[in-house]
Write a protein that binds this ligand. Sequence first.
Ligand SMILES: Cc1ncc(COP(=O)(O)O)c(C=O)c1O
Length: 315
Amino acid sequence: MPQQLSPIRTSTLHTIGRTPIVKLRRVVPANSADVLVKLEYFNPTGSYKDRMALAMIEEAEMRGDLRPGMTVLEYTGGSTGSSLAFVCAVKGYPFKVVSSDAFAQEKLNTMRAFGAELEIIPSRGGQITADLIPSLIARAKELAQEENIYFTDQFHNRDSLKGYAKIGLELLLQVPDGIDAFCGGVGTAGMLMGVSEALHDGGSQSRVIAFEPATSAVISTGTPGSHHVEGIGVGFRPPLLDADLYDEVRAIDEGQGRKMARRLAREEGIFAGTSTGVNVIGAIQLAQELGPGHTVVTVASDSGLKYLTGELYGG
Ligand SMILES: Cc1ncc(COP(=O)(O)O)c(C=O)c1O
């Protein structure tokens, strides 16, 4: 049967979503459940944050909170910023970003490429220390007081869940035989919450499991610490994390996550970041517990192309 090619799109914004899903073939041990990975790096800036950025901007436009001539403002480790910079470029909004040198240079340069204006808060030795994100937030709050600003405020913005719900809706169609567990790392928690809600609204009985870096297991132990997994482990319990929408939190060793990210590239052809390695380590744990005949689903959050000069692949 010839493959259906997509028609001409009237905007690059229409290329967000409808990402492929693949079954892992080599990194999952025998006698495990199937592990399926939804390849979110197929989104235009290479991460699932494109879904969130589009939803945060379009919901604000629909309410009239964001109007032509306004500047969009966000604090971000880079992926949300790259996605917002992309959406703002297409829609013609200036975009101001508070970020840090703890995050990949590729992401900072991507935001600049899309025309964003960056303010960089220096980190301690390139580490994501527990005080880093709060210091970005404090600076963004100051800037938000200026005239004509729309502050997307990703950690408190429930519009993001609408964008991520689409991952859940796509999964209901792509995995018609049912999902036993859906899992993923938590930063803002928008992805996990949005997908959980959509799966359960769609009748799925899937368990939902959150992951965080073992050295900063704030949700499971209350103790923040340093780590080097971009996007997750923000040093506090994210306000969007809703206890009714997940079943369990697990702390995952980031070193194992990095090794898995490298194995995913070499053995499965999945070229993604460390948070994806963490997701797959956790998904395999669940797959071994559930055993054959079950299905565990996670996401490849973003592309390995974002980490070519860092310790993950640059090394
Ligand atoms: C690479 C990466 N993985 C995971 C996450 C976590 O996603 P969420 O903020 O929806 O919890 C993020 C968010 O910044 C990310 O950039």
